[in-house]
Structures are given as structure tokens and as C-alpha cells.
Design a binder for this molecule. Structure first.
Ligand SMILES: Cc1cc2nc3c(=O)[nH]c(=O)nc-3n(C[C@H](O)[C@H](O)[C@H](O)COP(=O)(O)O)c2cc1C
Ligand code: SF4
Length: 692
């Protein structure tokens, strides 16, 4: 089939392994593996199989535990340190091969990484150098310095592990010598202070460890067995002049090629900012981490982190003949252009496959509007050692990536509420053959997501794409949308549905505090009503711009509520010049915020001296502000012109209760069932739509 992305979909090779296109699913920890001997189970097979079926040219699986149990956070990575794992591992390669797609595995050793990984043993490295940062996983305590015997033992581990993968049917490996993992620590003069043959005195010494690993792998697995190296083309953010430079990286790339490495995957390392090294958009949240003018010039920061590393690929490519891969929020258009202009030979894609395992096929077929878009929300970066999940792809982390077959019996389904849970249920139920009507009493589909988009902004997260996907799918699947129509008893009598799905969202929670009725309190219900009306009129983008000019909010504000809603609203207000204090009766703040973004947001709050008070008791509101009792027992008046309660919604079962006894099947999902965030809504809608 002809495709408008002819360069992206042109075939190529890594060594003797043929790829039908240039799209490589890059390695990323999913925690889809299981404990015990049979680590490959249904979750891993389902996901990697779906990506292969979904059109990737090459699948690179995440790294196994290289030195079990050293530096492990738990039990959800696979193992290659014993022959007993081979049989079970071969189930995964067979699953990917079923679709004619080759499979590589990444291998890396966490080396100096401590933090959450140090549950079981001590970090280790080339030298006793550490660089702690709130955004990274280095300990204050320097790592253990590897002895020569230990280095040689690791060479054997990498080679014997690779041989087992080969025996299990893997077609190649990628060694991760990037980030600030073990291998990189030998390559960079900042980290390597050794005085032996692995020291920084010469490039030969610095590369000796990784070179020995590669040579030993080739010796055991054959020269034809492909080895790709993931390398840093530059290291930034370190003091002094010992960080890895582009010139040094070029030299290293040539060494790799000279010893038979088959391809290079080019990234960069921002020291102290692990996320800045592979999901660069985080460096812009909530504002550029350092002044934009001081961002490293070697990368391209003109797209808020997307495509940032692309300029590094042609620099490395200029000194080698082997294929070079680039990565980092690349989409089909930019990927095709990168290949066409020869900047790189392979395009690494990760989160787009998380968000839609069928991404590559849909791109090739020109079905862009059917792609579940990755909106860079960071949700998948949560929860070490817990099965990862995605905000838009309800299947990610499940046993199946397919919609259920068409329903045997066509039902009349009425969905009330056009938020994400309602739209998801409606489009899935309609796609499965039901007759679906969607009631929305507001002026647009999207519910609280459109509000969230307005509050979060559009530079880092692309929530409008999330909305567009669901709106398009609702329409394409023939859902009958009744806009600006309240669902009341008359509608129920008229529709006579077999199935009623109530997805109206929750009701605002009123804080229990004296003085709530005063005029300086922005009532949540009024706020949402006004914002929804404004969004229907001018759209979230314009409304966001307008609120930079004027908002009915005083200079000094107290936000009541420390969950995601309160924290993000506070960020929004601070960016509009308001002096905000956040209070919560709970013990913690930031519930539902994605961990990486929470770290960054709270760091930013601290820099701006934003007071955050947990465990408070709300005493009363007066026209001077909010009086609280702190958790230490002090009574304090928090002076404020405006007080905004932003508490999670409370369940709303009114419509469902009224319909009881009149409809055979009634479901409440999303916020109106229990307080939830977007991933819960898309998942609930997917599950329900597939079960009808
Ligand atoms: C949840 C998550 C886990 C990741 N784990 C790894 C990893 O183990 N090794 C690695 O080299 N890159 C890892 N990455 C980086 C990805 O492979 C990829 O480089 C990055 O997500 C940028 O590509 P994308 O914008 O297409 O997602 C991870 C990324 C994410 C989001
Ligand atoms: S969770 Fe968010 S960032 Fe991760 S793949 Fe899904 S949409 Fe993209």
C-alpha cells in the first residue's frame, strides 16, 4: 500500500537483520514481567506482540535485571543469568516473530544509581563520584568502586546473558552506555577517576570495559549477531570541563564501529536530570528549569523538548558508516523528514507505542485520526516496579490490545455526560454495533478535560489532541450526540434505553467551614459553570490567554485542596502573578500528580516560596481571609482577597437513582462514581464499552 511516509517506511538493515521500516520501538521499562522462573507472562507477550503486530520495524525489549538482585527495585524485570530462563524467554521472541518483526533486548547495568534502586545492594561505578540531585537517583554516599575482577565478571555476565537471549531467539541486543549508567561512568572523565587500565588517561582505557563486553559478545554469539550501542553524544549540566564532549563521543563512535558494532542509538545526558536525558519536555515543566538561554546549545529546544536530540544524530553519523538512530517525541512527519534528509537512519519511538500499539500501521495507512495520541502527560513514568499504565491507552498494561468483537445483541445505549469516560464508553459501544446516544448538557464534548487543558496549558501536554481523538471517534462510530440537552425523566421515557451509562462527572465538594457563603469565596460550582461557558464560547486556548490579562481573582489567594486539582490551579494562578497559599486537611499534598512532575512542581513552589500547609483544620472564613489550625496546633489567619476551594469531586448518583427500576442495565462511571483522574476515566469507559 502506498504511504505518504515513504522514507519512514523504507526497509533497511542492522547488520544482517532486515527491518521492514525505520521505526524502532525503543527500550523502556514496563514492569510487565512476572516474578519467579517464568518471567515472560501474558502482559509482556501481549504488549510486545501488539507493537510487532502494530507495524514496528524492530522491537527492543526493556533491559533485564543484569545482576540480580543487585540494584533491583522489585521483581518485575526478566532475568538472563541462568539457562533455566531460556525456554520461557523464547515465548516472547516467538510472539514478536509471529508478525515477522525482529526483536532485540536492551541491556544495562544501573551502576551508580542508588535511590529507589538501592533496596537490595550498594550502587557501584568506575569511581567514587556522586552527583546527587532531587531529579535523579544518585545517593549522597559515593558508589562502590568496581575492582578489575568485578569488571571482568561483568563482562562475562553481559556476554553469557546475551548468549542466552540468542538461544531464546532474540535477533540482537542494544547495550545502553548512555544516561549515567555503569558504562557511561567509564567513558566520561567527570565520573572516571581511576588510575588503572580502565581509567581516563586515554580513550583506549576509558572504552576498555565496554569494548571488552562487545568483543566477548561477538566472540560467543558470532560476528553476525547484531550489537547496537545506545550512546551519549554529549553530557551537559556538569561543573568543570570533564563532561563527555561531542568530539569525544565522535571518537567513541568510531571505536564502536571499528570493533564491529552494527548500529548506534544517539542520545544525550543532562547530569542530575535523568528525565531531561530522555523525556526532554520535562525540562520545561512547570517553567524552563534554568533560563532558556542557558539550555545546552547542542540540542534543539525550539519544540519544548520534542526532537531536542535530533541534531546530535547527524554529528555522530558524519564519522561512521553504520546506521544511526535518533529518538525523542518524533512523529511521523518529522521522522520521515529525518530519514529523507539523511540526519539519521532509524527513528526511535517509545511512548507513541504505549499510547497506541498500532501506531505504525495507522501512520502507514494514513489513519492519523484513529491514532490514540500520546499527549506527553508523564503518567506512564510512574510507579517503580508497578505495571505501567497510560492515560489514553486503556489496554497498556493489560492482557489484550484489541477491542472485543461486535456484540451479539444490539442494544440501545444512552450515555449521559460527554467527558472522557462517557466518550470512551460511547465510541467503544458504538464500534461494537450498539445503537448509542450521548447526552451532553454543556456546549462541547470533553467535560473537565477541556478545563484541565486550559489550566495545564498546551506547551508540554497536548490535551487538545486527547479531546480531538475522542470527539472524532464518537462521530466516526456513529454515536448520536445530543448537545446542550439535559437528560431528564422525559428523555428517559422517550429513549427507553436497554443500557443507561451515567458519566456526568461528580459534584463539587463543599468544604466544611464557617463563612463559605462569603463573597470572597469562589464557589466551585459557579467557577466550573462559568469556565465551561467561556470554553464553549472562546475555546480553552483563548480563555487561557484572556486570563493572563484579567481574572476575577485577588492578588492574594488561598487554595483549599492539595490534590492534583488544587496544585495545578495554584501553578496556574502563580503564573498569573497571584500570591498563593495551598492548604489541605490531608496529610499529603499532590495526590494524583505524576511523580516526576510533582517533584518538579514542588521544587518550583519552593523556589517561589509558596507556602503549602498539610494536616490543617479549616476554622473559618472572614473577609480578611481563612483562619486555620495548623497541624502543630497554632491558630493562623491566612490573609487573602480570594479563597478558592478545589476539592476532588464527590459522587453523583442522582440520574442513576432516578432511573432505577426503569432501565435493565444502569452503570455509573468516572467522577460520578468515585473521584478519578483521566486514566481512570478512559479505562473505565473502555472496560464498560467492551462489556456491553
Ligand atoms: C516509562 C519509560 C521508561 C523508559 N525506560 C527506558 C529504559 O529502560 N532504557 C532506555 O534506554 N530508555 C528508556 N526510556 C526512554 C525511551 O526509550 C525513549 O527514549 C523516550 O521515551 C523518548 O522517546 P518517545 O518520546 O518516543 O517516548 C523510557 C521512557 C519511558 C517513558
Ligand atoms: S501515559 Fe501519557 S506520556 Fe505516557 S504514553 Fe500515555 S499519553 Fe503518552
Amino acid at each position: 500500500m502506498a504511504t505518504r511516509y515513504e522514507h519512514l517506511f523504507s526497509p533497511t538493515n542492522i547488520g544482517k537483520v532486515q527491518l521492514k521500516n525505520r521505526i524502532v520501538k525503543t527500550a523502556a521499562q514496563t514492569y510487565f514481567f512476572e516474578s519467579g522462573e517464568n518471567r515472560v507472562g501474558t502482559l509482556a507477550k501481549a504488549f510486545y506482540g501488539a507493537v510487532a503486530k502494530g507495524g514496528a520495524g524492530l522491537v527492543i525489549t526493556e533491559t533485564p535485571a543484569m545482576e540480580w538482585p543487585l540494584l533491583e527495585e522489585g521483581d518485575r524485570r526478566f532475568r538472563i543469568d541462568d539457562d533455566k530462563y531460556i525456554k520461557n524467554l523464547s515465548e516472547l521472541s516467538a510472539e514478536v516473530h509471529k508478525y515477522g518483526v525482529p526483536i532485540f533486548s536492551q541491556l544495562y547495568h544501573r551502576g551508580p544509581w542508588g535511590g529507589i534502586y538501592a533496596l537490595i545492594a550498594e550502587p557501584c561505578a568506575a569511581s567514587a563520584v556522586t552527583y546527587p540531585s532531587p531529579f535523579d537517583v544518585h545517593d549522597e554516599k559515593p558508589p562502590h568502586v568496581l575492582t578489575v575482577d568485578e569488571i571482568e565478571e561483568l563482562v562475562d555476565r553481559f556476554a553469557s546473558g546475551t548468549a542466552r537471549l540468542q538461544a531464546a531467539g532474540w535477533d540482537g541486543i542494544e547495550i545502553n552506555a548512555a544516561a549515567d549508567h555503569l558504562f557511561h561512568g567509564f567513558l566520561s572523565r567527570f565520573w572516571n577517576k581511576r588510575d588503572d587500565e580502565y581509567g581516563p588517561q586515554s580513550m583506549e582505557n576509558r572504552t576498555r570495559f565496554i569494548v571488552n563486553v562487545i568483543k566477548e559478545i561477538k566472540r560467543r554469539c558470532g560476528q553476525d549477531f547484531p550489537v547496537q550501542i545506545l550512546m551519549n553524544a554529549i553530557e551537559v549540566g556538569l561543573p568543570g570541563d570533564e563532561a563527555l564532549s561531542i568530539e569525544e563521543a565522535k571518537e567513541i563512535a568510531k571505536i564502536y564501529e571499528s570493533i564491529g558494532v552494527d548500529s548506534l542509538h544517539v542520545r544525550s545526558h543532562w547530569a542530575g536530570m535523568h528525565q531531561g536525558s530522555y523525556n526532554q519536555e520535562n525540562m520545561f515543566y512547570p517553567e524552563p528549569h534554568i533560563p532558556l538561554s542557558e539550555f545546552p546549545k547542542e540540542l534543539d529546544w525550539s519544540h519544548h523538548g520534542a526532537l531536542a536530540q535530533v541534531p546530535l544524530a547527524p554529528i555522530i553519523k558524519s564519522v561512521v558508516k553504520i546506521p544511526v538512530m535518533t529518538v525523542g517525541l518524533i512523529d511521523a512527519d518529522s521522522g520521515d523528514e529525518i530519514i529523507r534528509t539523511g540526519k539519521a537512519d532509524l527513528i526511535g519511538i517509545n511512548r507513541r507505542f504505549f499510547a497506541d500499539s498500532n501506531w505504525a500501521n495507522k501512520v502507514r495507512e494514513g489513519r492519523e485520526e484513529d491514532i490514540q495520541p500520546c499527549t506527553h502527560c508523564g503518567t506512564c513514568n510512574t510507579n517503580y516496579n508497578e505495571v505501567r499504565y497510560c492515560r489514553i491507552n486503556a489496554c497498556f498494561g493489560s492482557e489484550s490490545y484489541e477491542m472485543e468483537p461486535p456484540a451479539e445483541k444490539k442494544k440501545k445505549v444512552v450515555v449521559v455526560g460527554g467527558g472522557p469516560a462517557g466518550m470512551q464508553t460511547a465510541r467503544v459501544a458504538a464500534a461494537r454495533g450498539h445503537d448509542v446516544t450521548l447526552y451532553e448538557d454543556g456546549g462541547y464534548l470533553g467535560g473537565a478535560v477541556a478545563l484541565a487543558a486550559m489550566v495545564k496549558g498546551f506547551d508540554i501536554e497536548e490535551l487538545p489532541k486527547f479531546l480531538k481523538f475522542f470527539r472524532t471517534q464518537v462521530k466516526k462510530n456513529g454515536v448520536n450526540v445530543k448537545m446542550r440537552k439535559r437528560f431528564d425523566d422525559a428523555s428517559l421515557a422517550e429513549e427507553k434505553p436497554d443500557v443507561l451509562v451515567v458519566a456526568t462527572g461528580g459534584v463539587p465538594t463543599k468544604p466544611d467551614v464557617e463563612g463559605y457563603e462569603l463573597r470572597n469565596v469562589t464557589k466551585t460550582a459557579d467557577l466550573y459553570k462559568m469556565l465551561k461557558m467561556m470554553i464553549a464560547l472562546v475555546g480553552p486556548q483563548m480563555l487561557r490567554k484572556l486570563t493572563k490579562i484579567w481574572m476575577p481573582v485577588g492578588k492574594k489567594v488561598v487554595v483549599i485542596g492539595g490534590e492534583i486539582q488544587g496544585c495545578q490551579l495554584s501553578e496556574y494562578l502563580i503564573k498569573r502573578g497571584r500570591d498563593v497559599t495551598i492548604v489541605t486537611e490531608g496529610d499529603e499534598m499532590g495526590e494524583w500528580l505524576v511523580p516526576e512532575r510533582k517533584t518538579r512542581l514542588f521544587y518550583w513552589f519552593d523556589k517561589k516560596n509558596i507556602e503549602r500547609l498539610t494536616g490543617v483544620k479549616l476554622v473559618k472564613i472572614t473577609k480578611e481571609g481563612l483562619t486555620i489550625k495548623t497541624k502543630e496546633g497554632q491558630t493562623r489567619l491566612l490573609k487573602a482577597k480570594t479563597i478558592i476551594p478545589v476539592l476532588p469531586f464527590s459522587p453523583n448518583t442522582e440520574i442513576a437513582d432516578r432511573a432505577k427500576g426503569k432501565v435493565a442495565e444502569i452503570y455509573t462511571i468516572g467522577d460520578c462514581d468515585s473521584p478519578a483522574v483521566m486514566p481512570d476515566a478512559t479505562k473505565a469507559g473502555w472496560k464498560l464499552g467492551n462489556s456491553l
